[in-house]
Unconditional design. Structure first.
Lengths: 83, 251
């Protein structure tokens, strides 16, 4: 994964995103889609955590895909190069 | 039974034990003050790891007169806040069964090294910790009682098996070496009621000493007072079952 995330100690480069359907730590749900944006090279605290409902996750996927479609029209080259 | 004119005292602190593979592992050890002898209990964490609920539960056992020890089974994943360490463990597919058994046995041996142990040690866990408690009670001979609270994935399909969890715990049932107390919510999906029935059927087939309690109106994790799943009436009855069971088996 290429990009940055903002954790408890500020911005850090992202290394990967871990996605699971499991019991959340905080969200008041039995199960949730848990997404952890992390960079282990910067320690276990370099983590942006999200715990959302399955429905929210689907909407997020749709929103990301819609944004990518929009990017195709206007700034595809920039999106693909990651600049 | 506690009465107000009795002395009470407790120490709760971090200790180091030689865990699985000879690794030094931290453990949270809570014990009542006094000569004892006291029964012992190993508390095996669930997926969220060495979290506040498990620390408080460790002190709860000490409050009720047990030498209680809770190893940090996620320690090989590194140090950080319990949630960050648990997130790393989750990303890696969880802690391996061998590692859990090793750290739990080391905790049991630590308790057995103490002069104020009454010679009996139990093992307790909830959720994946409940699975761990059952697993440990099957794979180790050093325990005298086991408490499995809603152990998820005791029953596992072949595609759920992995290098770290190569055998479904239910397949170890013949090796269960002590009495088992099982506590489950009827609305739970992990384990679902059908898997609890399957688990019980296997215990019956092997003539094991066990008792299962299924609670209506309760789902997964109904002891967790910091979660919406908490069910006060069922949880308090469940704790009553635990004190009764432990009193008979190791008290």
């Amino acid at each position: 994964m290429s990009g940055t995330g903002k954790g408890p100690n500020g911005w850090f480069k992202l290394q990967e995103a871990n996605v699971s359907f499991d019991h959340p730590f905080n969200a008041p749900l039995d199960h949730a889609i848990n997404i952890d944006f992390v960079n282990e090279k910067e320690g276990l605290g370099a983590r942006v955590a999200v715990e959302i409902t399955a429905d929210s996750a689907r909407r997020l996927v749709d929103a990301i895909l819609a944004a990518l479609e929009q990017g195709k029209k206007y700034r595809l080259e920039e999106l693909e190069s990651g600049t | 039974m506690y009465e107000t004119n009795k002395y009470e005292g407790m120490i709760a602190e971090t200790v180091g034990i030689k865990g699985y593979n000879g690794d030094t592992v931290y453990a949270y050890f809570a014990r009542p003050l006094g000569e004892g002898p006291f029964p012992g209990i190993v508390i095996v964490p669930h997926l969220p790891g060495w979290d506040e609920f498990y620390k408080e539960t460790t002190r709860r056992f000490a409050h009720h007169g047990y030498l209680a020890i809770c190893p940090n089974i996620n320690q090989r994943f590194g140090h950080g806040t319990p949630e960050d360490v648990a997130a790393k463990a989750r990303a890696e597919g969880g802690v391996s069964d061998d590692s859990v058994v090793g750290d739990s046995e080391a905790s049991m041996e630590y308790l057995r090294s103490l002069p104020n142990l009454n010679g009996k040690v139990g093992v307790f866990g909830t959720c994946s910790g409940g699975r761990h408690a059952f697993l440990v009670a099957c794979r180790s001979n050093g325990f005298d009682a086991a408490i499995e609270c809603w152990g998820g994935r005791v029953v596992m399909s072949k595609d759920e098996l992995s290098a770290g969890q190569p055998v479904a715990p239910i397949d170890y049932t013949a090796d269960l070496s002590c009495a088992l107390l099982g506590i489950f919510g009827e609305d739970d999906s992990s384990p679902p009621p059908a898997q609890v029935d399957q688990h019980e059927s296997e215990l019956k087939n092997h003539n094991k000493d066990y008792e299962f309690h299924r609670y209506p109106g309760a789902g997964h994790g109904f002891f967790y007072y910091d979660r919406p799943a908490y069910r006060q009436e069922q949880a308090m009855d469940g704790w009553g079952k635990i004190w009764d069971f432990l009193g008979r088996k190791i008290g």
